[in-house]
Design a protein around this ligand. Structure first.
Ligand code: C2O
Ligand code: CU
Length: 468
């Protein structure tokens, strides 16, 4: 049997790619995920950075097949409490990883056993859900790919690309992860931009390769606008891991926590180059480069379209749906004075899940945070199995990637653009925009609904939907 380290090396070698992610395969038994400090040399830094990661591997990628039961034991080797939220997975509520909500926080030295079977294939990730601005800021996250046996053979290669910026100084030390000025506006941006922890990695493939890119934005703050030039074809084939009607990559924005699977056909000539870029600003930022080398991939006959088999998700009944309304605002009407509340109720200054400063609200409620005995009221109470159309109105001057736990929803309309109906778990809502999403009430539980710009989440823009 290969040791895991050997296995990692072999799989990197076999893939023949530069800038490939280290990867672990989740076998039948439970995977151990040790959340721990690690040191990592980020590009352009003179010394290593004190990252937090799982299994001292950054970024760690787990792979499963659809229908395969998954078990993970989180061991907390960090100096503070943590938990794992499995972002985008429709799982039973006790597995959702929200401290004080779906489970007790995992204190240093403790562990927690997660077990569930992901019902949907796709590109997912996992991360903590408390003091997230620091924990995710230090890198604590991993990729979870759920493979779909139905799309086997559609691509010659695949490559995961994890986008993350770092609040890092030249010497590798971290700068403060949040600032009031950032938290109250678009967020506090990192200085260093990376893909898989590298500056613009090069992916080498054979000419003519049909390549699947699984792009994940795990940054706390930035909303890139993707562009891909130089390929023969480049289309978005899945949004947040869910297959969609393919559409051109250029101009597609992915906010924090959002994923885009991209189907690429490289030119059949050697030395061809394609560029994955953030084209949001006038000067595009190179995220990763794909080059062709070696002998061309042999093809016989017509090739299938770059299209994934359709998702198998509960389809909301739009005619008989109940409507919900969410209004996102800056400031708030009646937020509790958390610091006072904390003092009165015996919380210390280091209680990590409390909202210390409030800049944002949903339906005029600012999220107070979580703690033993502290629980805000739900934004709405829903029925499992009932259909809902939720309108999200953004009355703030900033864009918010809004995420709902435990559900995959359909984006059906926007006041600002013609929406191609697609499935996702996180949707961008721009200033003044009203976005409509539709979904079927999922499993019973208290499912968080929040902005995934982590500083917004932690300064009021969070709530939850109770499914009864
Ligand atoms: Cu990716 Cu509530 O989170
Ligand atoms: Cu936000």
């Amino acid at each position: 049997m290969l040791s895991r380290r050997r296995f990692l090396q072999t799989s990197i070698a076999a893939a023949g790619l530069v800038g490939v992610l280290p990867r672990a395969v989740a076998a039948a038994g439970p995977v151990t995920l040790t959340a721990e400090p690690m040191s990592f040399l980020l590009p352009g830094c003179t010394g290593p950075s004190p990252l937090w990661g799982y299994n001292a591997t950054w970024p760690l990628e787990l792979r499963l097949r659809r229908g395969q039961p998954f078990e993970a034991v989180l061991k907390n080797a960090l100096p503070e409490q943590t938990a794992i939220h499995w972002h985008g997975i429709r799982l039973p509520f006790p597995m959702d990883g929200v401290p004080y909500f779906s489970q007790q926080p995992v204190e240093p030295g403790q562990s927690f056993h997660y077990a569930f079977t992901p019902p949907d294939p796709g590109t997912f990730f996992f991360h903590p859900h408390c003091d997230t601005v620091t924990q995710l800021g230090r890198g604590l996250a991993g990729v979870l790919v759920v493979e779909d046996p139905r799309d086997a053979g559609l691509f010659d290669r695949e490559q995961t690309i994890v986008l993350k910026d770092w609040r890092v100084a030249k010497d590798g030390s971290f700068e403060e992860f949040t600032t009031d000025a950032g938290a109250a506006r678009a967020g506090t941006f990192g200085r260093l931009r990376t893909a898989n922890g590298m500056a613009a990695p090069v992916i080498t493939v054979r000419p003519g390769t049909r390549l699947r890119l699984r792009v994940l934005n795990i940054d706390n703050t930035r909303i890139p606008m993707l562009g891909l030039r130089g390929a023969e074809q480049a289309v978005v084939i899945a949004t947040d891991g869910n297959a969609c009607e393919p559409f051109p990559v250029d101009g597609w924005r992915i906010g924090p926590a959002m994923r885009a699977d991209i189907g690429v056909v490289m030119p059949a000539t050697e030395g061809a180059e394609a560029f994955l870029e953030d084209i949001w600003s006038s000067k595009p930022h190179l995220l990763a480069k794909i080059v062709t080398r070696g002998e061309a991939v042999k093809r016989d006959g017509a090739q299938p379209a770059l299209r994934l088999p359709p998702p198998e998700l509960p389809e909301p009944d739009l005619k008989n749906a109940d409507s919900l309304q969410f209004t996102l605002l800056a400031g708030h009407a009646d937020s509790p004075q958390i610091n006072e509340w904390a003092k009165e109720n015996g919380f210390g200054a280091d209680d990590l899940c409390l909202t210390r400063q409030v800049f944002w609200s949903i339906n005029r409620q600012a999220w107070p945070g979580m703690g033993p005995g502290l629980k805000a009221d739900p934004l709405f109470t829903l029925k499992s199995g009932r259909s809902y159309i939720a309108e999200i109105f953004n009355g703030t001057p900033h864009t918010h990637p809004m995420h709902l736990h435990g559900h995959t929803f359909r984006v059906i309309a926007s006041t600002e653009e013609d929406v191609r109906s697609h499935w996702c778990d996180t949707v961008l809502v721009r200033p003044n925009e009203r976005v409509k999403i539709a979904f079927v009430g999922g499993r019973p539980g208290d499912w968080m609904f929040h902005c995934h710009i982590i500083e917004h989440q932690e300064t009021g823009m969070m709530g939850y939907l109770r499914v009864a």
